[in-house]
Design a protein around this ligand. Structure first.
Ligand SMILES: *Cc1c(COP(=O)(O)O)cnc(C)c1O
Length: 434
């Protein structure tokens, strides 16, 4: 049967008339897989259902937030209860301080936290604060790292941008982009050069401590500690963008795994349990520079609203159990090792990577440690494999430059289903590409 089914096609065509490209975030348009996405109508546990009633094991999970799977019962209950008491007050509410206390306890580098509505807002606001605190202008980022769609961060920004083949965006004045230097991931010498080129004017280095927006790329040993040392030497702030890794790779984020303490941390995704929540925070002395206490302005009508906070509290509450992240990581390792074996059986050169319940794969014979290597991977081979998986009911990200995720709802049935599909998908890839 044609993919996707007729209802998805009709619904997406109707959306395309009234929404640019039919989507509210570009990667959802499946441009790299022919531009015909299934339209999703429901999700439960590890599975989603499309408008034609096809079922898929989901490894996208709303791009990361759903660490317990879809419609997590405790989170849904909490959201319903909070909604019944009022959707938003624009006034202090108990849940925001409760969630803030939970976040600060989980990530010791955060003594205070400010909630916003998205990861984009978190990184944008954190860097404004870094510039206010240092009275410097430049930001150093890494090629292929994505920090949301704020103007000055859309420079060599990976994922959606890479997928569309536009390393930058129209509408961003060159003068904004000039305040951002982008250098290769895992390349400390390049960071030193950037500091030298902008001596005394680098406010912050912002980094995904595990890069998940150019496919999954792990930090090389010593890379993050090296950034810490360089920032200390140069008087710049180190900002960890843990929007994807926070509460996912470990309870305390990747910073508690690598043992490097950033000055500011950005959160999103899991912290909102599937509702729109972002957050940023750090030492009290730094956070005190924010309005109303300090001169750095940042605000939000719906920030910290009780429904979103209730979702975050329920989601994190269920992720806090002893062994939760270890079990997720172990399941993910079983999956990745299964896939690695199948790739080898079918003589496909694939680079797999894993960080807790994040994983990724590149059709490439070389190790991938930075964006240029990711971009050299065989995207034609990837497209054949990914399309074959999706058609068999395994929902993988429709781009070769995205991380994949697992949830606590993924179990034996999902593992078997995924590996059966992958065996056939690798076989088809070999038939078509050798
Ligand atoms: C998803 C993501 C963002 C942006 O978050 P939004 O909620 O989509 O604005 C920023 N940084 C990283 C590392 C992300 O993965």
């Amino acid at each position: 049967m044609a993919f996707p089914g007729p209802r998805s096609r009709a619904l997406f065509a109707a959306a395309q008339r009234v929404i640019p490209g039919g989507v509210n975030s570009p990667v959802r348009a499946w441009k790299r897989l022919g531009g015909r996405p299934p339209v999703v109508v429901a999700g439960k546990g590890a599975w989603i259902v499309d408008a034609d009633r096809r079922r898929y094991v989901d490894y996208v999970l709303s791009w990361g937030p759903l660490i317990h799977g879809h419609a997590h019962p405790a989170t849904v209950r909490a959201v319903r209860a909070a909604a019944g008491r009022g959707l938003s007050f624009g006034a202090p509410c108990p849940a925001e301080a409760e969630l803030a206390a939970l976040v600060c306890a989980a990530l010791p580098s955060m003594e205070q936290v400010r909630f916003v509505n998205s990861g984009t807002e978190a990184t944008m606001s954190a860097l404004r604060l870094a510039r206010a605190a240092t009275r410097r202008a430049m930001v150093v980022k890494f090629d292929g790292c994505y920090h949301g769609h704020a103007d000055h961060l859309l420079v060599a920004a990976g994922s959606g941008c890479a997928t569309l083949g536009q390393p930058d965006s129209a509408g961003v004045p060159a003068s904004f982009a000039a305040k951002t230097a982008s250098v290769p991931y895992n390349d400390l010498a390049a960071v030193e050069q950037a500091f030298a080129a902008h001596r005394g004017d680098v406010a912050a280095v912002i980094v995904e401590p595990v890069a998940g927006n150019m496919g999954l790329v792990l930090p090389a040993p010593g890379f993050l500690a090296g950034l810490r040392a360089l920032c200390d030497r140069e008087g710049a702030l180190l900002v960890f963008d843990e929007v994807m890794t926070g509460f996912r790779t470990a309870w305390g984020g990747w910073q508690t795994v690598c043992g490097v303490r950033p000055d500011l941390t950005c959160l999103g995704k899991v912290v909102g349990g599937g509702l729109p929540v972002g957050a940023y925070g750090g030492a009290r002395a730094l956070m005190r520079q924010l309005a109303p206490e300090g001169p750095c302005y940042q605000a939000g009508t719906l920030s910290g609203n009780p429904v979103a906070m209730a979702a975050g509290l329920a989601c994190l509450g269920a992720a806090r159990r002893r062994g939760f992240h270890d079990r997720l990581a172990a399941w993910t390792t079983t999956l990745v090792e299964g896939l690695r074996g199948l790739a080898a059986d079918h003589r496909q050169a694939v680079q797999f990577a894993q960080a807790g319940s994040m994983w990724g794969y590149f059709f490439s014979a070389e190790a991938v440690g930075e964006y240029a290597a990711a971009a050299r991977s065989d995207t034609a081979r990837w497209a054949t494999f990914c399309a074959a998986m999706v058609e068999q009911g395994v929902y993988l990200a429709p781009s070769p430059f995205e991380a994949a995720f697992t949830s606590a709802a993924h179990g034996k049935q999902e593992l078997d289903h995924t590996l059966r599909a992958a065996g056939r998908a690798f076989a088809r890839t070999r038939r078509l590409h050798g």
